[in-house]
Structures are given as C-alpha cells and as structure tokens.
Write a protein that binds this ligand. Sequence first.
Ligand code: PEP
Ligand code: MG
Length: 756
Amino acid sequence: MADGETTPPEGGSRRLLKRLSGVMAEPGDGQTRLDRIVQLISDSLGVEVCSIYLRRGERTLELCATEGLKAEAVHMARLQVGQGLVGRIAEREEPVVTADAQNERGFRYLPETGEEIYHAFAGVPIQRLGAVLGVLVIQNRDSRVYTEDEVHALEVIAMVLAEMTELGAFLGEGDVDVAGAHKRPFYAAGVTGQEGAAMGVAYLHQPRVNVQNPVAEDPAVEAARLEAAMDALRGEVDDMLSNDLLGHAGEHRAVLEAWRLFAHDKGWRRRMMSSIESGLAAEVAVEREQTSIRARMERIPDPYLRERMHDLDDLSNRLLRKLAGDDPAREVPEGAVLVARNIGPGELLDYGKNLAGVVLEEGSIGSHAAIVARALALPMVIQAARITTEARSGDRILVDGDAGAVHLRPDDHVLSAFKEKISMRAQAQEVYEGLRELPAISLDQQRVDLLMNAGLLTDLPSLAPSGADGVGLYRTELQFLIRAKVPKRKQQADLYARVLNSAGDKPVTFRTLDIGSDKVLPYMKRDEEPNPALGWRAVRVSLDRPNLLKMQVQSLLRGADGRGFNLMFPMIAQASEFEEAKAIVRGEIERHRAAGRRAPAWLNIGAMLETPSLAFAPDNFFESADFISIGGNDLKQFFFAADRENERVRRRYDTLNASYLSFISLIVERCAAVGTRLSYCGEDAGRPLEAAALCAMGLRTLSMRPASIGPIKRLVREIRFDELRAEIEAGIEAGEVNLRARLVDWAKRTGAPISS
Ligand code: PEP
Ligand code: MG
C-alpha cells in the first residue's frame, strides 16, 4: 500500500494472503518460497524492505530471507532473542513500530545487512499459540510512521507465515530449519508429582487442531463457519450450566461461568470476525486471538486473572475443535504420556491405567490428581513450563518422575541414558522383592506395620507383591469420582466385597466419602466457596447430608457380609463430629441386624486427624476412638496455613520442620496415654526420610502407595529409631527450624538408604 493509497486494509491484505497461499501451493524448496514471500509482501505493501527472521536454536534469530537488504547477509546476520529491535519483538512477543529505528532504544546495527539507510521500521512476531517462530520486518528510507492498518496487515501475514512454518512449508530440499517447528529436543525442569520413569508418546489432553489452509478462500463462508461454531459452543456451555449433572467432564462451576461470559463476549467475536475479513481462515482467526491471550497470560502476575485467561484459552480450544469437527473417538495409544495444563482427579481417572505417565504444565503435588497418579503408580511431573506449547501428540517423551524432569523429542544420547535408568530401577525392585516376606523391624527392634493406600479396584492386586500388611486407607470417593452418577448401593456393596475378597485375611480400613475441596463430584450441585479446602467437605458433607453416609455404611455392611473391617471418617475437626458420625453408623448396624443380615465380626471405628484442633480434643475423644489416622496431607496444610495445591506456598514448609515433628510427637503421646492405635496415611509416610522421622517420633503404622513399601521396609530394617530420635531432639534443642539438612547428614553417616 503506497503512501496515501486508500485501498481498504481488508481487501488489500486479502489479496496478498491469497497470493501467499498460492506460493505455498507452488512446488519449490523452503528458501525459494521464503524469497517469493518477502518479494510479494514488499510489492503489495509498497515498502522498500521486507525481511523474515526465523528462530534457530533456543535463543537465536537468523535473517532467512530479505527483499531490500543485502542478499549476502541472508543466513549470515544473526541476533539473540532480546537483542536489538528484532530480538525485542521475539522476546516480548509484541510489535515494534518506529519512524526512526536508529534512535530507538535497544537498536542494534547489523553492518552486513546495509540497513543503516532505512529509518522507518515495523516488525511483528511470527508466532503460534505462545511459540515465537520468528519475526517479520518492513523498513523504509524515509522517517514515516506506518499506519495501524499497515501493522495490522503485517500481523495477519505473520499469522499465516506461522501456520505455514508449522506445516513445514519452509522445510524440504534447500532446508530452512525452523527451530520452533516442534522438531527439536525440548527439556522441561519441573517438580516431582510422582516418582518413577516412563518412556512413551505424548498425548495431548487438549489436542491441537491442524490448519491445512490458513487463508480464507471465501471470507463469507469462513464467517458463517465461525458463527455456527460459536453458536454450538454457546449452546454447549449454556447446557452444561443449566444441567444439574454439570456435564461428565467434571468442570467446576466457576470455570463454566467464566466460559459463559467469554462465549457471549461481543469483543471476542468481533475481533475474530475482523481477522476473517482480513483474509484468515476461521481456525486461524481463533488462533490469532488465542495467541494474544497466551502472550498476555504469561505477563499477568495476578493468579486469579491468569486463571481466567486460562479459561478463555481452554474455551478457544473447544471452539477450534468445533470448527475442526469434534473427534470423540480419540484413542489413547499404548504407552501414552498425558500432557495437560492441569487436570482434575476425575478426568485423570477416566484415562486410568491406559497411561504410562503424566506431565502437567501447572498442577500441584498436594492435589488429588497427584494422589490419583500415585494410586495408579503413574510417574508424574508437574510445573513443566511450556510443555503444552512444545509437545505434539505422538512426540516421543521421557518422564523422569524422580528428578521432576521431562525430555521431549530426546536425542539418542538422552534416550540411552534414560533406558539405563529404567533398568537400574528394575534392579532395585528385585532387592525389595527379596524383602517381601520379612517384617519391618528396626535395628533397635521396633516393629512397624506397613500398609498400603488404595482407592481403585485395580490397586488391590498390588497388595501381595508389595508385601503390605493390609490396606490402611481405602479412599472410597474415587469410585464416586469416576462415574456420572452416584453409584447405586449394589454397585458400592459389590466393590467393597471385592476389596475385602482381594485383601483376604489382611485388614482393610475404609474411609467414608471424602468429597469437596478439589474432589468435586460432577453430578453434585454445590455452592461456590471462597476457600474450598476450608469449606464444605469430608465429614461435614456427610453430617449435613446423612443419607449419603447411611447408604455408604449399608453398602459396606452388605459387602462385608459378616467380615470385619475398619471404618474411619475424614477430617474430624471436633470430637462431637466423631460422635455424630458414629451414631449414624450404629443406627445403620442396628437396621442391618434387624433385617436379619449378618453383622461384621468386628468393626473398629476411627477418626482421621487432619486438623490441628483435634490434637487438643478432650481425653475422652482419644479413649472413644478405636484408632486414629493422621491425614498428613491435610494436617500439614492446616498446620502451616499453606494450601496443599498451591506450589508457591506449599514448598515453603517442610514436614521435617521442628515444629511439625514436635506436633506429631504430641499426637503420639496423647494416643499412647490412652492406648489408642495411631497411624499416618499422608503421602509423607511413603517418603524415606520423612517416614524415618515419623517412626522416630513414635509412629508404628504407616500407610503409603504400594510402590513405597519396599524402599521403606528396607530403610526401617537398616536404621535405629532411638538414634534418629536423639538426632531430632538435638536439632530441636539447638533451635533449628528445619531438620532436613541434619537428617540427611545422619543418613549419610549411618548409611541409611534414603533414596527410593
Ligand atoms: C490426607 O489428607 O493426608 C489424606 C490421606 O487424605 P487425602 O489426601 O485424600 O485428603
Ligand atoms: Mg485428607
């Protein structure tokens, strides 16, 4: 567009885009296409220079084609991301427009290009969904300011270039190897969600849509497609909201409310329609908006707003899938490693055992999704930055759950080192198997019962091979989470019967329904709460809705059919709640008997100690409980006032803090004073150093994921609890806040095997 020309921007850019897609369709190698493209752009926009810089490696941008700058600079001129105006555009993911480039802050002169004579400069990132693939620049000699329309046209062109890059348009003979084209190895250092190693293929929870032709053949057709997809999307979101069952995916109401707002947002629709007017295909118009959302998302410090941006991002994915045609029958391939931004426990259970591992871009170690991953023994890495942007379904992926690391598209060297690691693990497993029949007795002759945590029928086969002495925590809510409706009494009773069958003569402790907080039943309508972890959950729900508890107790009694079992209530915060819940259970036993059914041979009723308040309950509470189990995951979150799902605060506080261990010791004393059995069933019971410290503080029953039983048994058999207790007391005496360093030293000195 020359000075003063009044061609409407849409018409102009549309013509240009058509010609661009023509270039794509022509035969030729990557370099020839790029050369044609810069020529086309400079002709159509009436600019003296048009250049394309593409990413090479992690941080380098290389001039790959130019019209106007010196031809010999192509593939020679390079900049680092962040350097000069071009580097700044790539780093900040936003355009730079200036009438006088030389005097713009950060300008860096590349002598080989001969660009010193050009003053006017406009550059935009070539990016797709958070991945910057390069930079598109136009320049002119005179000090003019490019108009908004011109910059808009440039952005639209850049969008098409990004799609072309992704389609591999610049690959082939005479390759232009584009770094961002999801071909290179990518490494993400995250956090351990669940130990273990997995090797498989990435499977995106929200798959990318492949855009075959980024340019609209006919904008009216594209506009109609977008309108229809948005209509369908709005209908779907409205349905989910008005439907009592809240859909099957378990979406939270707050997310749905946000989706509804966005789905009806006129600005969003208008911006997408205007991209279509400019000549983009409907999918690319959606992605253009999504790209700018992602760029903004990374810069927003406020977690609430960031979350809402994520909601909009998720909604855009849905819209894209509507445009592409939903594909409900996606098969999870063998050895799939699930890659997601985040996932709820119910959704993860839906994938179940089909997975080899899980990688989350966000996620938290204290979340129930992580617990489900543990129950399924799935190696899991959380907080793996950019993984959903970098991964493509089908990419080879290695999950190192021990180190909290992910290797995507690894090179051969990494791959063989990883295989080595997997075989070392298998060897360690053999050592643990050798201990299976032996008791966990410490060198100072203290016996510890090692029980396993479970929640799915598929967990039960692990009971015998793990060498567990029984099931210390059966999370009954998992059965409720994987269904679209409350399981019927018969279904529940069948499940409990099968659990007891598989356990044989080993004891099982069933925990009554523990829902609320992040365990949201998709079919249960509930009010939004400001602090769900502190809200209406666990036994509070059972006491307010006793029918659910009654039905569960009846199912347990029927499933047990005369066999004995342990029953415990989650999150008892005050003694009276325990009494109330017990009264409901007693009532059901009476009814069961009165109906002529067999009552259990024995029934121990216990409470989970998950709030500090219960540690200070009156003596008669400790006397009346048959047993107490410390739910350390929740207890720790309430003790330190640090949300177990919020990595930022969770990691500040260590189980091996003197304060927490002293508190555990107080609970041990209170139980010991009245002879009540005590166990610990939070995740820390399965972590070697933590488990050793808990034993030193007096715990003699630990319940953990089955895979931890071998390593913990080996550890118990090789240490003295009295020695470790003395070490802890010395640390407390010395006023140390965190005893971890001291305990690691102790382990080194004594040779205690603390790596699992
Ligand atoms: C706990 O809080 O430690 C516990 C075992 O219960 P959950 O993790 O299921 O909340
Ligand atoms: Mg709990």
